[in-house]
Design a binder for this molecule. Structure first.
Ligand code: IYR
Length: 250
């Protein structure tokens, strides 16, 4: 059992500028400062209403493969990345780096390299069954969105950190942590009225070289971000029902 040594923090009321928990009450738990949680809560009725509204908004999200070249400001991208970076992570190591690319030459280089890999995937690396499973989604080896979208966000997972003495320290639950952050990024993109799709060129090591990333980072997911081309069409597919995706133990 955790020994909760609750002591009043002598530095209590220090401002924590990174959240709304400013000038909040704090205590020491086992010698570590903890802030009084001051998140919002709602009445049961309001909770239900908000959960319905949020689901309705998320249910409008679609993976869109055709992008307008209309620019999106860096300020918006900054906020989307900050939203993603609020994700929980193993031991709060925040094992992610979001590389946001708007440079046209770099986007072209990424497209060329990704299409080279995808050509090999569609030409044989993917099983017959896999190609059949993708048929109704209309994907192929051509990836014009990698140049059309005003931004590409390449998410890298950080397998380990290197301390001042050059020693490596593995991060924890890296795939889970970065996966959650990507889900939050996708939600934030949708919330801003923009579109994306989860592009997974495979293998994606070429991104390490093109983006000059250090040895502790591995490409995890590529998300083009921008406005949907007008018109854009998405496959007529449906989501599983609550009964299909959930099991309740009451
Ligand atoms: N990485 C390829 C293939 C692909 C695989 C799955 I699973 C998809 O849901 C969609 C595409 C591509 O990006 O085209």
């Amino acid at each position: 059992m955790v020994n909760w040594d609750l002591t009043v923090d002598p530095t209590s009321s220090i401002k924590n500028p990174t959240s709304t928990m400013e000038k909040t009450e704090s205590i020491l738990i086992n010698g570590h400062r903890h802030l009084k949680y001051s998140g919002q809560s709602f009445s049961a009725e309001e909770s239900l209403q908000r959960s319905k509204t949020f689901y309705a908004e998320l249910n409008e999200r679609r993976s869109v493969r055709t992008f307008s070249t209309e620019p999106v400001s860096k300020e918006v991208i900054d906020q989307l990345i900050l939203a993603a970076s609020t994700a929980p992570s193993g031991a709060h190591k925040q094992p992610w780096t979001f590389c946001a690319v708007s440079n046209a030459e770099l986007k072209t280089q990424i497209r060329i390299a990704a299409e080279k890999e995808e050509q090999e995937n569609y030409d044989g690396r993917m099983s017959e069954r896999w190609r059949k499973d993708l048929e109704h989604l209309g994907t192929d080896e051509h990836k014009p969105f990698l140049e059309d979208a005003p931004w590409l966000i390449v998410v890298f997972k950080r397998a380990y950190e290197v301390d001042e003495s050059g020693e490596k320290h593995n991060n924890y639950y890296v795939n889970e942590s970065v996966g959650i952050a990507c889900g939050m990024l996708i939600s934030a993109i949708h919330n801003a009225g923009l579109v994306t799709l989860t592009h997974t060129p495979s293998p994606m090591n070429f991104l390490t070289g093109l983006l000059d990333r250090p040895a502790n980072e591995r490409a995890f997911l590529l998300l083009p971000v921008g406005y949907a081309a007008e018109p854009s069409y998405v496959p007529d597919i449906h989501r599983k029902t609550l009964e299909e995706v959930a099991a309740f133990y009451l």
